[in-house]
Design a protein around this ligand. Structure first.
Ligand code: GTP
Ligand code: MG
Length: 203
């Protein structure tokens, strides 16, 4: 039985377009962040085993809000937070700045945040955006995991090679960089184990 199946229920709690709308903390939180279209909503759905909980889209830049999901498990509740994606080419400078303000006020000021999962497409290199985000999280003492997404898109040899390349590009221990696929479910066990370890810490 996969750990995701130990999820008793998962439901959307609320969405926020500004810091004033963030819900009062109620459980340890896991944030999902990454470039637009990297697969945040898909991964979140796969982790909890609910296909249509978070809205996914082939049109990038759809999630403009922070969305909270309550995940009830035998071992205790977690709140998952789906953050709006960045790096979408068509947004204005103003929209970029508003994204940054919103995301920084969440990541920098949320006492109940236990771990941030930064998503990275297997087929792309880390950009300055990911490097800055990881450095920013490290400075503030927020534990970070990298979920490498869409690993089903490459054949096994190429997949292993890309994973080595990505691990070499950033200064995180290899165990903090987890290969996943929302399509096949690969990596969900590993990701749950890492999340549980971080979410239990400092509660
Ligand atoms: N093959 C494959 N496709 C995936 C995977 N994860 C996501 N996708 C596809 O990638 C597209 C974007 O997925 P989303 O989950 O909506 O991405 P997102 O990061 O939430 O996007 P925004 O909310 O717009 O920032 C969709 O067409 C998904 O079906 C995966 O593991 N494998
Ligand atoms: Mg999304």
């Amino acid at each position: 039985m996969s750990r995701g199946q130990r999820v008793k229920s998962a439901e959307m709690l609320t969405a926020a377009a500004s810091a004033g709308q963030f819900p009062a903390p109620g459980a340890p939180e896991v944030a999902f962040l990454g470039r637009s279209n990297v697969g945040k909503s898909s991964l979140l759905n796969r982790l909890v085993g609910r296909r249509r909980l978070a809205r996914t889209s082939s049109t990038p830049g759809k999630t403009r809000l922070l969305c909270w999901y309550r995940v009830q498990r035998i071992s205790g509740d977690l709140w998952f937070v789906d953050l709006p994606g960045y790096g979408y080419a068509k947004v204005s400078r103003r929209e970029r700045e508003s994204w940054q303000g919103l995301v920084e006020s969440y990541l920098g000021g949320r006492a109940s945040l236990r771990v941030a999962v930064l998503l990275q497409d297997l087929r792309r290199d880390f950009s300055e955006d990911e490097e800055l985000l990881l450095a920013w999280l490290a400075e503030r003492g927020v534990p970070a995991l990298v979920a490498v997404t869409k690993t089903d898109k490459l054949k096994p040899m190429r997949r292993a090679q890309r994973l080595r390349e990505l691990r070499a590009q950033i200064g995180l221990p290899a165990a903090r960089v987890i290969a996943t696929s929302a399509e096949t479910g690969v990596g969900m066990e590993d990701l749950w184990r890492a999340l549980d370890a971080d979410a239990a810490g400092g509660a």
